[in-house]
Ligand binder design. Structure first.
Ligand SMILES: [Zn+2]
Length: 136
């Protein structure tokens, strides 16, 4: 049986600082210097006011499951051995939401509004922020 490589994020000039920070196990997001909006995913312009005057801000890495699904059938052969797994949108304590995985628990135990914290998956070419339930 051959192993199929997982598709990995492809950092761009705009998103490179996000992925560089992830490689250092820090979660960051762009903040608009004009209207102070903090947002993800990384973009070249503020989604609220279209300003290009942006800065990067480190986040706590804590949030809650906003919504999720349990993937039971791999849509790509590289994920065959991962199913079932949790695909989720996590709302960070600072406000932005991101598409991610909830790991480190039984998928059947994941709930909306569940407190989670970031963990960094270093298994691929690019470090990927994922989330796990907060202990206790
Ligand atoms: Zn703005």
């Amino acid at each position: 049986m051959t192993t199929v490589a997982k598709p990995m994020p492809q950092p761009t000039a705009v998103s490179q600082p996000y992925w560089d920070a992830a490689g250092e196990h820090r979660l960051v997001a762009p903040r608009c210097r004009s209207c102070r909006t903090l947002f993800l995913y990384p973009r070249a312009t503020c989604p609220a006011c279209l300003s290009t005057d942006l800065d990067w801000e480190q986040l706590s890495g804590r949030g809650r499951v906003y919504t999720f699904t349990v993937v039971r059938q791999a849509a790509h052969p590289a994920f065959t051995e991962d199913v079932p797994y949790v695909l989720a949108i996590v709302e960070l304590d600072e406000g932005p939401r991101l598409l991610t995985n909830v790991i480190g628990c039984d998928p059947a135990e994941v709930r909306c509004d569940q407190p989670v914290e970031v963990v960094f998956d270093d298994t691929g070419e690019v470090t990927v922020p994922k989330f796990q339930p907060v202990a206790g």
